[in-house]
Design a protein around this ligand. Structure first.
Ligand SMILES: [Fe+2]
Length: 288
């Protein structure tokens, strides 16, 4: 599907609140490839070459960002990083460190793609588009009692994403004491969102209540370095305040060719850049 065809499709974001809620009710009723795993599965990566290379890349880059900083171990990187780089912005929950990783070198991309292809093979036989620029996040311990952007339970659909995306979460740190990443399985996600009739506007207007309900139904992700978590994009998730360790992770998304070709609508991000979830924009131009 090329440019002109894309433009004949309606932009989902422009619908009324009720139309959008109805669409989400329909989408949550669809059974997708991870349905029998209740939306969440972990894969072990046999060859750690790419993961090790990505981890080393992050270490070196951190050393170039923070003057005089030497990474002994990524899991304790917070000890040497000023909080001005790790505090979250109040609107999007992004810290400054993450923004340094919006642009990465060719080796980073090669390792990312090579790893993603291996993971994708475990899930789909058909071709997929993928998030062209993956997001690298660095979360560090946050003082108890200090106001924080997190928890911020959501599905990426709340941020405008295509509802049939499959999320890939790749930890680059070992799980020591906490991952700071919490998830609800697909059934629990349906239950909690069902309480709000799948109306994202209602969810956003009752954020505290929603967070509390989600927290009760969530479990901490314990996926370790050397493993990759794959989950249905409809699963609710959030970062929680880290307690004792630094967590570095990459998050990215896949969309199958078939889903893209048969999509009724075009989706647009609600973030700063308002990106279209289309091949060549948010997704890759090529398929893997
Ligand atoms: Fe998310």
């Amino acid at each position: 599907m090329m440019g002109n065809e894309i433009m004949t499709k309606q932009i989902f974001n422009e619908f009324t609140d009720e139309q959008r809620a109805q669409h989400l009710r329909d989408e949550y009723a669809v059974e997708t490839p991870l349905e029998n795993k209740n939306g969440i599965v972990t894969y072990k990566i046999e060859d750690l070459a790419e993961l090790n290379a990505l981890r080393t890349y992050v270490e070196k880059k951190l050393e170039s960002i923070v003057d005089g900083f030497k990474v002994e171990s990524l899991e304790i990187a917070h000890v040497g990083i000023p909080t001005s780089l790790t505090d979250y912005d109040p609107k999007f929950g992004i810290n400054e460190l993450t923004t340094y990783f919006y642009e990465n070198d060719g080796d980073f991309r090669d390792n990312y793609l090579s790893l993603l292809k291996k993971v994708k093979k475990n899930i789909f036989a058909e071709d997929c588009y993928y998030q062209d620029t993956p997001t690298l996040r660095i979360h560090t311990p946050f003082p108890v009692g200090q106001e924080c952007f997190y928890p911020h339970y959501h599905t990426d659909i709340c941020l405008g994403h295509h509802p049939r995306e499959i999320n890939i979460w790749i930890p680059l740190t070992y799980f020591k004491s906490d991952s700071g990443f919490y998830m609800l399985d697909l059934d629990a996600s349906r239950e909690v969102l069902g309480e709000f009739n799948y109306d994202i506007v209602k969810v956003n207007a009752n954020k505290e209540n929603f967070n509390e309900m989600c927290k009760k139904h969530s479990s901490e992700v314990t996926t370790n370095f050397g493993e990759v978590l794959v989950f249905d994009g409809r699963c609710v998730h959030s970062t929680e305040k880290m307690k004792d360790q630094t967590r570095v992770s990459i998050d990215t998304r896949l969309l199958t060719d078939n889903v893209w070709e048969n999509s009724e609508y075009i989706y647009r991000g609600t973030g700063r850049r308002a990106m279209l979830f289309t091949p060549g924009e948010y997704y890759s131009q090529d398929r893997i």
